[in-house]
Design a protein around this ligand. Structure first.
Ligand SMILES: [Zn+2]
Length: 245
């Protein structure tokens, strides 16, 4: 506990640049998008993301509208690789905030139902990722995005249901052709244990069901995911993804 003028004269904040510089020596700090030093995410890259969600044209008909926050290219592409493959989990709040903003915009503008100021409850379903990929990366990036979005809304109007998983046997989609991506996920998306109970509760509430993913490439995984949900009585309203390639 400190008291009196001695404590008041200590320039607490002046230590911060020194501490940050020391931190840089331990873990090199650079913008995940453009490698600018001493900043995790720079204003230029942040501006490059944009705000308004865009309706995507996917190679395969997913049977639902697919909305993305930003194109998968340049600094955004580099940042997502850093986030997903190299442990840059500090980018998570950036992705979550943009996705939450996009979802709020779609509701406010009536893009999901034609109803401006739409207050329909929302159920977010994370698109499945390979189990081995999870294990290797030690995280569930897309699941964490969905939970983060729900927390940003904070009013319990947006819930998350983890009901989908990929069976073993599907490969990492990176480097696959469009045709290979279809084969890779065909029949591989399945419900998690006890998901049936969750989905019956979802169907009774009639929320907007939104698939969440980080990147959409061909739409094959989203199409397969929506198909599985449809077979269990749940119609997906739309997919909202961070980046579209
Ligand atoms: Zn940058």
């Amino acid at each position: 506990m400190c008291a009196g003028s001695a404590c008041e004269n200590v320039p607490h904040m002046s230590f911060m640049p020194v501490l940050r510089a020391l931190g840089d020596l331990v873990v090199p700090l650079e913008c995940a998008g453009c490698a600018t030093p001493s900043v995790r995410w720079c204003p230029v890259c942040d501006d490059a993301v944009g705000w308004a969600p865009t309706r995507c044209k996917t190679r395969f008909d997913t049977g639902m509208p697919v909305w993305s926050v930003t194109p998968y290219r340049g600094a955004i592409r580099r940042a997502l690789v850093q986030w997903k493959e190299h442990g840059r989990t500090d980018l998570q709040p950036v992705l979550v905030h943009r996705l939450a903003y996009a979802l709020a915009s779609l509701l406010t503008d009536g893009e999901l139902s034609g109803l401006v100021g739409d207050t329909t409850p929302v159920m977010l379903i994370p698109a499945p990722s390979r189990w081995l990929a999870h294990r290797k990366r030690g995280a569930h990036p897309v699941r964490d995005l969905a939970w983060g979005i729900g927390e940003e809304f904070g009013d319990r109007r947006v819930d998350v249901a983890e009901v989908l998983r990929l069976r073993l046997g599907s490969r990492d989609a990176v480097g696959l052709t469009a045709a290979e991506r279809v084969v890779n996920v065909r029949g591989k998306v399945v419900l998690r244990r006890n998901a049936g109970t969750v989905l019956r509760a979802v169907a009774e509430r009639s929320p907007h069901v939104i698939l969440i993913d980080d990147i959409v490439t061909t739409g094959a995984l989203l199409r397969e995911s929506a198909s599985v949900l449809r077979r269990h009585g749940v119609t997906v309203t739309a997919a909202v993804v961070f980046a579209a390639s």
